[in-house]
Design a protein around this ligand. Structure first.
Ligand code: 2AM
Length: 181
């Protein structure tokens, strides 16, 4: 069964992030540019029926577009992942990530973790944190999110989008009085 996760794609930022990382001492094995993403919710292995249910739930998900300032570096010691991420982030991101995690949990998916720390993993197998560096300064303009599957190949893992949805605010239904002339 494929491993799934929801994430923000980084079509404009991925090349900039990879160049930025490659221009300075950065620990670990670089994540290929085409694999860079900002995870919203990790789901894990899901069969086809569960996949279809996730897609149906994501289709009904509303969230206005938002921007995230990636201005920090960090390191997850246990996962050995070195990353860039925001010091502060908009509530929309927290709410979207939580909603997607809950869709997964209702289907028996997820890793049981409740906290959410947005980040873009730039390298894996990093034995140490990124050293003292000028702070990153990247603006992620999020206007869609995707359901990805991890595909293992002889060249390593690739992340393939199964489906993407635009970020759009819920359209407020007008009150009855507003409808009558
Ligand atoms: P990360 O790189 O943003 O940390 C696909 O495997 C993605 O899901 C990875 O890029 C990783 O996100 C995240 N992921 C993998 N295993 C995970 C786990 N056990 N718990 C949380 N996130 C995980």
């Amino acid at each position: 069964m494929p491993k799934l996760f929801f994430a923000l794609p980084l079509p404009e930022l991925a090349p900039e992030l990879a160049t930025w990382r490659d221009q300075r001492p950065w620990p670990g094995q670089p994540v290929p540019e085409s694999n860079l993403h900002l995870t919203l919710a990790f789901l894990g292995e899901a069969d086809e029926t569960t996949q279809a249910r996730l897609i149906a739930a994501a289709e009904r998900q509303h969230c206005p577009p938002f921007s995230v300032h990636l201005d920090q570096t960090g390191w997850f010691q246990r996962a050995k992942a070195a990353w860039v991420g925001p010091g502060e982030w908009p509530n929309e991101l927290t709410v979207l990530a939580r909603a997607l995690r809950r869709h997964g949990e209702k289907l028996g998916l997820g890793n049981g973790e409740q906290g959410y720390r947005p980040h873009v993993t730039l390298s894996r197998k990093a034995g140490e944190a990124p050293g003292e560096l000028p702070a990153p300064d990247f603006l992620l303009r999020a206007d869609r999110f995707c359901l990805y599957q991890s595909v293992s190949t002889p060249d390593g893992v690739h992340y393939e989008p199964l489906a993407c949805w635009p970020l759009r605010a819920r359209v407020k239904k007008p009150h009855r009085e507003e409808l009558t002339p």
